[in-house]
Write a protein that binds this ligand. Structure first.
Ligand code: GLU
Length: 426
């Protein structure tokens, strides 16, 4: 199976992530024939909020942090998207990630628009009490932006259920009530959904199996490399190995490992759990450098860590036949072009990592109804939803003779266009 492509090379400025979104949007809009008016609406985020957050550190000094929230679109429903804590969080990145959420939710058939938020901070260097004060200061500053029917955050890089519980607490205090649906990714028992933690990794597994089927490859004869061992990568590696795929390389920000016979992913999970969540010191493989994982001799590559890791240079060296993007924006538009030429199938981020927001939606539905589902029901509904999204993107990919990335953008554009036109503009 090869994907024919008549895509023009996307133009973008290397440094801007939002430009990387626009580059793909422009290519998809042209191939699909999107009206210029609708394209213009999508080129501009609906709302961008930036706040200064003075927070008391444990040493008694006050530090001012920058907080961001961008609502890209609410055309298809309340905006949805995570909050990331990292030192490189900035306007451009949050804007790009918010637009991807709009497209991701549309591809996943969810009644949501897209948003993203973040705080410029280094969570690894902050104490738990400092992080709690920072999260609550941010929530109070965003108390009129967020809302269960307005804008619904979730965890992203550097945040987890712990931050979401703090967020709910601060929001509830401002709005004087109990609003579990103001965020998703909460701890189970505090309105969180069973299956949410593993959901993004599970979606990556479902998307990988669906793609392998199209390629007529048996998972039992397939090898994989997974970059990232956090919330997405660790579950993805585990679930892929449970499907019989031999995971030969794993890695995180501390170390990367290769084992030709297959890494024992469960042993790696146990190791990371006992060692503060990191892989450094793991002995289940030989240590390699990070970029060697991306160019390793495997069938499937799952970038599930950072953005912009698959550059033009890396793309030329990639040996995998299939790339499944667990991270948001791991591939640059310039690299897209090379991967297309090499006929490598790329299941794009806005499809491949949509499992997380899909189960976020299930969590929100459970919060609204006050009735909680067993994990099996969550997983069954999730898998059906991912498979449907995959098939719809596949159909558009073949119909428009594009890469899967542009096929996914077209899938999203069709839905958002319908919404914009039906609601009207005044
Ligand atoms: N941060 C995740 C993502 O990028 C989840 C978003 C959500 O569940 O709202 O898809």
């Amino acid at each position: 199976m090869t994907v024919k492509t008549m895509e023009p090379k996307a133009e973008h400025h290397e440094s801007s992530m939002f430009e990387a979104v626009l580059a793909r949007l422009d290519v998809a809009a042209k191939i699909y024939g999107l009206s210029e008016e609708v394209a213009n609406v999508l080129r501009n985020p609906q709302k961008q909020v930036k706040v200064s957050l003075p927070v008391m550190l444990d040493n008694g000094k006050v530090q001012v942090f920058e907080g961001f929230r961008t609502v890209h679109s609410t055309v298809l429903g309340p905006s949805k998207g995570g909050i990331r804590y990292a030192m490189d969080v900035n306007d451009d990145e949050v804007k790009a990630l918010s637009a991807w959420m709009t497209f991701k939710c549309a591809v996943a058939n969810l009644p949501y628009g897209g948003a993203k938020g973040g705080i410029k901070c280094d969570p690894r260097k902050m104490s738990v009490t400092e992080l709690e004060r920072l999260t609550k200061a941010y929530t109070i500053a965003m108390a009129d932006v967020f809302g269960p029917d307005r804008d619904i955050p979730a965890p992203d890089m550097g945040t987890s259920g712990r931050e979401m519980a703090w967020l709910v607490d601060a929001y509830n205090k401002v709005h004087r009530g109990d609003f579990p649906g103001v965020t998703t990714g909460k701890p189970v028992g505090l309105g969180g959904s069973l299956g949410r933690d593993a959901a993004t990794g599970r979606g990556v597994m479902v998307a990988t199996l669906a793609a392998l089927k199209k390629m007529n490859l048996d998972p039992k004869n397939v090898t994989a490399a997974v970059q990232g061992f956090g919330n997405v990568g660790s579950h993805a590696a585990r679930l892929l190995s449970e499907q019989g795929i031999k995971v030969c390389a794993i890695g995180d920000h501390t170390a990367t490992f290769w084992n030709e016979k297959g890494i024992d992913v469960h042993a790696a999970l146990r190791y990371a759990k006992e060692n503060g969540g990191i892989l450094k010191g793991f002995t289940g493989g030989v240590e390699i450098i990070n970029t060697e994982l991306l160019t390793a001799n495997v069938d499937v590559l799952v970038p599930a860590a950072l953005q912009n890791v698959i550059t033009e240079e890396i793309a030329t060296q990639i040996k995998a036949k299939l790339i499944v993007e667990g991270a948001n924006g791991p591939t640059t538009p310039e690299a897209d072009h090379i991967l297309n030429e090499k006929k490598i199938i790329v299941v794009p981020d806005i499809l491949a990592n949509g499992g997380g927001v899909t189960v976020s939606y299930f969590e929100w539905v459970q919060n609204k109804s006050g009735y909680y589902w067993p994990e099996e029901e969550v997983n069954t509904k999730h898998d059906a939803s991912m498979n449907l999204a995959f098939e719809t993107v596949w159909d558009n990919t073949t119909q428009f003779k594009t890469s899967m990335r542009i096929g996914a953008y077209i899938t999203a554009l069709k839905k958002v266009e319908l919404g914009i036109k039906a609601k009207g503009v005044f």
